[in-house]
Design a binder for this molecule. Sequence first.
Ligand code: MG
Length: 203
Amino acid sequence: MKIICVGRNYAEHAAELQNEVPDEPVLFLKPETALIPKRNPFFIPDFSEDVHYEAELVVRIKKLGKNIQEKFAHKYYDSVTVGLDFTARDLQKKLKEKGLPWEKAKAFDGSAAIGKWMDLSELEHPNTPSFHLLLNNEKVQEGNTDLMIFGINRLIAHISKYFTLKIGDLVFTGTPAGVGRVQKNDILQLFLEDQQVLQLNVK
Ligand code: MG
């Protein structure tokens, strides 16, 4: 299983990190070891003073595919959830400045969390699902696939040009504005539409 992540897929988030809005999706990968096991907390790694939460809609691939056409991409998934793409922002900044790969800042152990899977048919708005993140009971991020620069089907088409998609692969579709630092004892709650799909404690 691999995790494919999309960067800068919401214009307001690109702006908050002073990044340009891209003309094609920005992609990076996380290994399977990045995923936090069920019911485990998120442990802040000792190599960063500035780990950020990034709440994102996550899609699970259900069919093997390569060079998938956008018009057929919907056949490759039917489960979605909300996840967290934890980012060591201080380390990422240093790597970006040197033009180096982001993996140490983005793909470290525990850098990905996912909530309970929901079938698209269970959602009120399966074509434009909304999601949000509460940090210590306060809403800090909200998103809707409507606001994405590249929609899910376009992402799947683009990703599968470069990487064969296998059953169980996860696509993190990018974070909306409102990212911020996590601190010890924070409680993160992720919602897909009005359903809580994950609560994660920070240690
Ligand atoms: Mg992200």
